[in-house]
Write a protein that binds this ligand. Structure first.
Ligand code: IPM
Ligand code: MG
Length: 363
């Protein structure tokens, strides 16, 4: 089939890791006999420099005309003083909303053998396998906001707002994910304080009655944050609103100790958007030491969710696990005794493994 995607390398380490994800997609296309068509466009700081707009309209058009979008990262210190509308992050938020991707899936898995990367004790983190389903187009990020008044007495307001249909559609995604996993869903809110959370809980309970095979529980976000570090293995799927999901997903990444390994998928809209969660990491950009596995695993999610290519997605994920099990490490994963490999060596190694696996499939 035709795998027609737009890549948005963006800023910082974005271009380096996206390159490697593209190599792996090329390996998948060859091994499984698909045709890969890639259009590269600007976003974020790269687009601000080139077009004075963090999300140029030809980028949006290309994304909407493709089967999926693979993004590297946006942002960097050079843009910190830009007005909010012209920040790289504004480009990403607008892209999410142009694509209509309301469901952000962020898996955080502690891979066997990588327990020591976690800042937590190995016995606490071992076996952690959480999927965060974060609402992506509502809440504080998209509510009304303003800053008013005279200097020294100004007041800034952000609004956390959710409608029933917005909660319903993300809840359904959460329950469906749980159904394909261990069938446990924890909905995270702050219903002891917030109206938006009380509505959230009510709607999630209602949708839950359609998924009787999934065990639903509710947790306040503060206690979820605590549970995520004290007993991370208790979670299967976490369903939560935009801001809580932003925070908890970084926390989950830190818990498994390998931010560089973690992918994400933003789905539910016209076209899916896939990106590693590590961000632009300007301090290590251009040095060839960034970990491309988050981007590569995002490409696997792209194959699965936007093209329904499950075997292809699984071949990438298996290749990554094997390469790690063989001891290949980028600098962020390397122990004192390992010799770290570069970004492109890691990409080539995974791509090579994808080709080998398909030529000689394990049974
Ligand atoms: C993320 C990032 C973004 C967010 C920023 C860059 C706007 O932190 O994808 O988690 O807050 O959603
Ligand atoms: Mg974040």
């Amino acid at each position: 089939m035709l795998i027609n995607i737009t890549t948005l390398p963006g800023d910082g380490i974005g271009p380096e890791v996206t390159d490697q994800a593209v190599h792996v997609l090329q390996a998948v296309a060859e091994a499984f006999d698909h045709r890969l068509k890639i259009t590269q466009k600007n976003i974020g700081g790269a687009a601000l420099v080139a077009n004075n707009d963090p999300l140029p309209s030809d980028t949006v058009q290309s994304c909407l005309a493709s089967g999926a979008v693979l993004l590297g990262a946006v942002g960097g210190p050079a843009f910190d003083s830009y007005p909010s509308r012209l920040r790289p992050e504004a480009g990403l938020l607008r892209l999410r909303s142009e694509l209509g991707v309301f469901a952000n899936l962020r898996p955080a898995i502690c891979l066997l053998g990588l327990e020591s990367l976690s800042p937590l004790r190995e016995e606490i983190v071992r076996g952690t396998d959480v999927m965060i389903a974060r609402e992506l187009l509502g809440g504080l990020y998209f509510g009304e906001r303003s800053t008013k008044g005279d200097s020294g007495r100004r007041r800034a307001v952000d609004t956390m707002s959710y409608s029933e249909p917005e909660i319903e559609r993300i809840a359904r995604i959460g329950f469906q994910l749980a159904r394909q996993r261990r069938k446990e869903l924890t909905s995270v809110d702050k219903a002891n304080v917030l109206d938006s959370s009380r509505l959230w809980r009510e709607v999630v309970n209602r949708i839950g009655s359609e998924f009787k095979d999934v065990q639903l529980s509710h947790m306040y976000v503060d206690s979820a944050a605590m549970a995520l570090v004290s007993r991370p293995t208790q979670f299967d799927v976490i369903l939560t609103e935009n801001m809580f999901g932003d925070i908890l997903s970084d926390q989950a990444g830190a818990v498994v100790g390998s931010l560089g390994l973690l992918p994400s998928a933003s789905i539910g809209g016209k076209v899916g958007l896939y990106e590693p969660i590590h961000g632009s990491a300007p301090d290590i950009a251009g040095k060839g030491i960034a970990n491309p596995l988050g981007a590569i695993l995002s490409a696997a999610m792209l194959l699965r969710h936007s093209f329904q290519l499950e075997a292809e997605a699984a071949s990438v994920e298996m290749a990554v696990r094997e390469v790690l099990a063989d001891g290949h490490r980028t600098r962020d994963l390397a122990g004192k005794t390992d010799r770290p490999i570069t970004t492109s060596e890691m990409g080539q190694t995974v791509a090579g493994r994808v080709r080998e696996r398909v030529q000689a499939p394990a049974n």
